[in-house]
Write a protein that binds this ligand. Structure first.
Ligand SMILES: C[S@@+](CC[C@H](N)C(=O)[O-])C[C@H]1O[C@@H](n2cnc3c(N)ncnc32)[C@H](O)[C@@H]1O
Length: 290
């Protein structure tokens, strides 16, 4: 599983390109491959946009990225989160943005990914005009590893303080893996947060009902499967199914937000396309709905 999972890394180049194009990452986090992939897929993405009334993969990614940012910022501002660990961070600029914004609160942000991606990100960071803000760490973490220095639990033990409010983020990861693997990962995330007493988990998730109701998204799914050289998994039929799985994994509550209901707040134009992605906000030790 761990070796096979590196196959999805090309998708991080594509998303990295999108973040750069929207000034959400410094240009140094873009890659030549990501730029080429974006240009090569543009005609197909454009054709799908024409039949979907403007919905593009780029737009869906932007909605997901910005809503994850927004929920994380709220957890930092309102729930006092001081440490974040991001799984499969790829070439995302979120750590940099959050540290610029909340560094004065002593935020600590640990970005993680597989070794090749971490090496690439380190090289990109080394070319930035300014060093990453204090509080930034980057290390390898394989979400499927157990009992190794790069396992989730080892990285948590090495970098996180069990007394500090914590958030764990994953973006663009879970839908590449089968249900059993995702449920096992969620159990580990909830288990770690339970040891901390409480905490937040944020992730994107595509649901079967919403994704398969619409034929152009099936085409988009196939394109992503070609780039990622493997299946895109739609684990749960609907939000109820997904919420139950999160509860079974050990979270005390969860919300599955629809980005299109928050477009104004995210600074996006309010044209609405079909809702293709949900943002999961699950908590451990929470006394009320997030
Ligand atoms: C679609 S990209 C998302 C990257 C980033 N989160 C974003 O949204 O731009 C998927 C990422 O998952 C990483 N990945 C794949 N398998 C992994 C694993 N077993 N453990 C940790 N990260 C993994 C890839 O290296 C890649 O960076």
């Amino acid at each position: 599983m761990a070796n096979d999972s590196a196959r999805i890394s090309p998708t991080a180049h594509y998303t990295g390109e999108v973040w750069c194009r929207h000034q959400l990452s410094p240009a140094a986090f873009g890659t030549r491959f990501g730029g080429a992939l974006f240009v090569a897929t543009a005609p197909l993405v454009g054709a799908l946009a024409r039949v979907t009334g403007g919905l593009t993969l780029e737009r869906m990614l932007l909605e997901r990225h910005l809503l994850l940012d927004d929920l994380l910022a709220t957890a930092i501002e309102q729930d006092g989160v001081t440490q974040v660990i991001e799984l499969a961070a790829g070439m995302s600029g979120r750590a940099l943005r959050m540290l610029k914004r909340f560094g004065d609160r002593g935020l600590s942000y640990i970005e993680t990914d597989l070794p090749g991606m971490v090496a690439r990100k380190r090289r990109a960071i080394a070319t930035l005009d300014r060093p990453m803000p204090p509080g930034h760490r980057i290390c390898t973490l394989d979400v499927f590893a157990h009992d190794t220095p790069d396992s989730f639990e080892s990285v948590v033990a090495a970098y996180l303080n069990t007394n500090e409010p914590t958030a764990i983020v994953s973006e663009g990861l879970v839908n590449y893996f089968p249900t059993a693997a995702v449920e096992a990962l969620w159990q580990r995330v909830a288990g770690v947060l339970a040891r901390f007493g409480s905490g937040h988990y944020l992730s994107d998730l595509h649901l079967r009902d919403e994704t398969q109701a619409y034929w152009p998204t099936k085409v988009a799914q196939r394109v992503i499967e070609v780039v990622a050289r493997g299946k895109v998994h739609l684990h749960f039929q609907d939000h109820r199914d997904a919420s139950q799985a999160l509860l079974r994994a050990g979270f005390s509550d969860s919300m599955l937000y629809r980005p299109q209901e928050h477009l104004e707040r995210l600074g996006l134009d309010t044209r609405r396309g079909p809702g293709l992605v949900r943002i999961v906000h699950a908590r451990v030790g929470a006394s009320s709905q997030p």
